[in-house]
Design a protein around this ligand. Structure first.
Ligand SMILES: CCCC/N=C1\SC[C@@H]2[C@H](O)[C@H](O)[C@@H](O)CN12
Length: 636
């Protein structure tokens, strides 16, 4: 029986005057919940990666697995994608998600950043900071950065405070930063700012903690007085004793905590899908629980990087796919796995698991093939946006941030000044991250950061040189976070001379009106459209992109994510039923294909909705080669 959060919160509020507390008992090395020993068995789930219609489904499955806690991130950029414009509704309703967790019977471990890593775009940091100050030193006591962080917490923490356990909510602990000891800056003044902001706005009745990899240097730079030190480590068997021994160097007394026991691992485009054997995870969980330690399994439910929200790692630059399945106990679609069953069995040795039946996996439906009709090239669509695209004119290329377009794609146009009768070398060393080069819509080559950044071009005076650039995801880990601008970040050269005179177009594809240029010609990066309808209620499905190469897919205006089946390992995209419309509505599919259509007819090519996932295709041999030295020029 799940009590609505309003009743629970009210009840808890009434009770709150009677010792509702969550504290640390240093004498007995345990947490105390309302004065009673409490050991959490937690799982990570990211609300920003789960369709809201499935939040309760996933939380219930985690509860039935025997978890008594969940661990969540709050991605700052998910809530403030544009400076001063906040979103806490729908998929962004973090308060609603936290209350739902309480309804289900779970307490919440909150990791409120400002940096969260998590293979999320820019580790959760908003890209608009790079517009405000391109030299900003993120994750340090840089005054500009701290001003932005302080402003964010002035908005966020007043929403969080009523949800603290002491105030009747489920939030038992709050994390400061994220694996800060792995960052080069080691700036204690920054950590002190975050601690004091949390105390100022949340009060002193909540446990603040830090998480760091289990290395002495990590803990040295990631730990702070007044913030409880925890460690994270993978399913490393007996090595967990070493990790906890290290934690004891910083916390001689108090609960042992592994804040991230990896149940699987992240993927990168061009690398084979990561898997972690069930037995390896189960044995490690068993050992940790046998030691009386607290544990959070990262991830318990991975989910999806919808839209452009995936992050990247560096060096070399490697972006993360749309699927964040993580080989977790619950699949990207929330399905029960053998790993789920095995871990539930381990947990049951230490905590009674709920006697209720395990909720079933959701039904999947194969809606079949949908013909996608060529509907216009990227050149055709420039006039088809609502509101109309702003044209940014500049002598030298501007970055995405400089024109206030932070995610997805951007088009740089230069009118060729002289006839290029012989092949001329176009160099774009500052491409961030991948570019399609065209002259008058004719594709001439693809450029990649850390890879090929030169291309031979020909053309005549007056023709358009177009460079379509994709932001494949801002780096979310390590020093690569410091120069995370996107678009073209340095000068473009033609036969060694700087190219001047650019028109720069953002491409907010979700604002694209129906193009209806099906009689258009051309094969450059293009729009393909298709539609289908179905009887009955919508069900989850998987969109197979085999016949296309690389791009972005939108269903009924919902930005489903990136596809790149020509590279892999992900071939099919998870489509939650909430993206679909049952008859009599018609479902519209739109693709922005930047490479090649693999169908015999370039005009008509099908995608297929199937009932099984495919995220572990073998990547093309050699496609995961290390990239060359990355060149980052400063602008002229
Ligand atoms: C050796 C690289 C350590 C970087 N830390 C990682 S990679 C996967 C996970 C998630 O990003 C998680 O958000 C990090 O806290 C820890 N971690």
């Amino acid at each position: 029986m799940f009590w609505p959060s309003s009743i629970l919160l009210f009840t808890a509020y009434i009770v709150s005057g009677q010792n509702r507390s969550f504290t640390i008992d240093y004498d007995n090395n345990t947490f105390l919940k309302d004065g009673e020993p409490f050991r959490y068995i937690s799982g990570s789930i990211h609300y920003s990666r789960i369709p809201p219609i499935y939040w309760k489904d996933r939380l219930m499955k985690m509860y039935v697995a025997g978890l008594n806690a969940i661990q969540i991130y709050i991605p700052w950029n998910f809530h403030e994608p544009v400076k001063g414009v906040y979103n806490f509704t729908g998929a962004h309703d973090v308060e609603g998600f936290i209350k739902l967790a309480q309804d289900v019977g779970l307490v919440v471990i909150l990791r409120s950043g400002p940096y969260i890593c998590g293979e999320w775009e820019f580790g959760g940091l908003p890209a608009w900071m790079l517009k405000e100050d391109p030299t900003i030193q993120v994750r340090t006591s840089d005054p500009t950065y701290l001003q932005f962080v302080g402003g964010w917490y002035d908005v966020l923490y007043p929403k969080i405070k009523p949800l603290l356990y002491v105030n009747g909510g489920p939030i038992i602990t709050v994390q400061i930063e994220n694996e800060y000891g792995s960052y080069f800056a080691c700036d204690y003044n920054y950590l002190r700012f975050l601690r004091e902001k949390a105390v100022e706005l949340l009060g002193t009745d909540v446990i603040l903690f830090s998480t760091d990899g289990s290395g002495a240097h990590n803990l040295q730079c990631g730990s702070l007085e007044g913030v409880y030190t925890t460690v994270d480590f993978g399913p490393t068997g007996q090595k967990c004793r070493k990790a906890f021994f290290l934690q004891r160097q910083w916390e001689p007394r108090g609960p042992l905590v592994n804040s991230e026991l990896y149940t699987g691992w992240l993927d990168h485009w061009g690398k084979n899908h990561s898997v972690t054997h069930i037995d390896v995870v189960a044995k490690s969980l068993d050992l940790i629980l046998s030691m009386g330690a607290n544990v959070n399994m990262y991830m318990f439910e991975g989910g999806t990087n919808f839209g452009y929200w995936n992050g990247a790692n560096y060096p070399p630059y490697q972006s993360v796919p749309t699927s964040y399945d993580y080989d977790a106990p619950l699949t990207e679609a929330g399905d029960i796995t053998d790993k789920y069953i095995a871990l539930r069995q381990i947990i049951s040795k230490y905590n009674p698991v709920p006697k209720m039946p395990i909720p079933p996996s959701t039904p999947k439906h194969a809606y079949g093939k949908v013909s996608m009709v060529f509907d216009g090239t990227v050149q055709d669509i420039l006039t088809r946006f609502s509101p109309p695209l702003p044209v940014n004119k500049s002598q030298l290329p501007l970055t995405m941030e400089q024109i206030g377009s932070y995610y997805g794609y951007i088009l740089y146009r230069h009118v060729i000044l002289v006839n290029l009768t012989t092949a001329s070398i176009l160099s774009v060393p500052g491409v961030r991250d991948r570019a399609n080069v065209m002259v008058n819509g004719r594709p001439l080559g693809v450029l990649e950061r850390g890879g090929e950044t030169d291309v031979n071009i020909t053309g005549t005076k007056g023709q358009y040189l177009d460079i379509l650039v994709e932001n494949q995801g801002r780096i979310g880990f390590g020093s690569g976070m410091l120069n995370n601008s996107k678009g073209i970040i340095s000068n473009v050269l033609l036969n060694g001379s700087i190219v001047e005179g650019w028109e720069i177009y953002p491409l907010p594809l979700e604002d694209l009106l129906r193009v209806n240029l099906s009689m258009a010609t051309g094969i450059s990066p293009s729009i393909y459209v298709g539609n289908f309808s179905f009887q009955g209620t919508a069900e989850d499905t998987y969109l197979d992109m085999t016949n296309f190469s690389k791009g972005q897919v939108f269903i009924n205006g919902f930005n489903l994510g990136r596809y790149w089946p020509s590279l892999g390992p992900q071939i099919r995209l998870y489509v939650p039923k909430s993206a679909l419309l049952a008859a009599p509505s018609i479902n519209y599919v739109m693709l922005f294909e930047t490479e090649n259509v693999l169908c015999p007819s370039k005009q008509i090519c099908a995608v297929e909705f199937m009932d099984t996932p495919l995220i572990n295709a073998t990547v093309p041999a050699g496609s995961s080669e290390e990239e060359g030295q990355e060149i980052t020029f400063l602008r002229r």
